[in-house]
Write a protein that binds this ligand. Sequence first.
Ligand SMILES: [Zn+2]
Ligand SMILES: [Zn+2]
Length: 368
Amino acid sequence: MKCKVAVVEKMGAPFKIEEMELAEPKEKEVRLKVMTCTICHSDIHGIRGEHGPYEGCATAGHEIAGIVDAVGPGVTYVKPGDRVVCAIIRAGCGTCDPCLHDRTWFCENIPPLKFREPGPYTRADGSVPIQTGSSATGFAEYCNCHESTLCKIDDDIPFPVASAMSCGFITGFGAVINRCRVKPGESVAVIGCGGVGISAIQGARISGACPIIAIDVMDNKLELAKKCGATHTINPKYCDVREEIRKINKYGADYTIIAVAAEGIKRQAMDITAPWGTVCIIGHARFEDEMMTDISAMEFLTGKKFTGSVMGALNLRRDFPKYMEMYRNGLIDIDCMLTNRYTLEQINEAFYDAEHGAVKNIIVIGGE
Ligand SMILES: [Zn+2]
Ligand SMILES: [Zn+2]
C-alpha cells in the first residue's frame, strides 16, 4: 500500500514527507495504522547518526500507538482493529531460560530487533530508507512491526499517553522500580528531567523515596519535576551540584539515575552518590563517547555500584498493563509530560522544540 512517511535524505538532514510504498507484513509482522508517535530524545540522536552512523536515507519514530490494520502469516497475539503500542522491547517467548528468569530482553526464541537496517518502505526513486531508532517507523501513516513488540492497550487509554508510556516512561520509571528497586526512605537523585527523568522521579515517588533530588539546567523542567514528586531541585547553572547534594544528604544519594547524555555526567553522578550507593545509567550518547576513563576501580571498594537499565528492565506484557492501571487511578501522571501536538507535516518544528525545552512532543498522525 502507499502511505506518507517522514524521511531524511541523509544523516543530519531535515525531514520531508513523501508518499512511499509499504511492503505487505511478513511472517509474524503486523501493519499498524499509526495514531500517535511521541518524540523521544533517541529519535534526535538516531536520525543524526549519533547512535551510530548510517548511509543514505532514513526514517524514525519509535514511541508508537496505533490500530492493527492487517496481520501477516503466523500472527496470533492481535487482530485487525486492536489498539496497541509498539515498543522497542520484545515480549519474550515465556519458555526459554532468559524468559523464565525474567530477562525477556535476551529471549532466545524471538528474533532480536534490528536497528539501522533497511525498513519496509520503497521511495519513488527505488531507494529504501533504513529505520534509525527501532525496527519500526512511527513517523508515518502506516508501519510494519514484529508482533512481539506489541502490547494491547485498553480502550480508555488515550493514544498520546500510550505513546509516551511505550518508551520514555517505562525507561525512567522501570529503572527505579525494576532495576534499582528503591525502598521507602532511600534517597534518589535524577540527572536530566526530560521525559525519561520525570518518569524516574515518578518511580521514586511511587517507591516512597525521600529525598528525591531533580537536577537539570532548565528551570521549566525542574518545575515539572517538583510537580511529579521531587522534594529538591538543583540547577547546575547556578550552583555546584556536589555541594548542594551534600547539603541535602551528607553522604550523597543512595541512587543516582542518569537520564541525560552529556560530558562529565558520569563523573558527577559518581561524586554525588553515597559510598554504598548505586549509579544507574539510562541516557547515553554514541558508544565511543561513553568511555569512562575518569572513574577508578578503587571507587567501588566501598560497595558503590555502577549499573544500567534498558527500557526499564521491563517485562512488556506483564508490566505495561500494571502501569495503565496506575495511570487510570492517578498514581502516575503522563499527561503532565505531554507538551505540544504537531501534524506529521510539522515534524521538523516538533523536533526543534523537543530539543529546546519541550518534555514530550506528540506527532498526531491518525488521530487521538
Ligand atoms: Zn525512546
Ligand atoms: Zn524467551
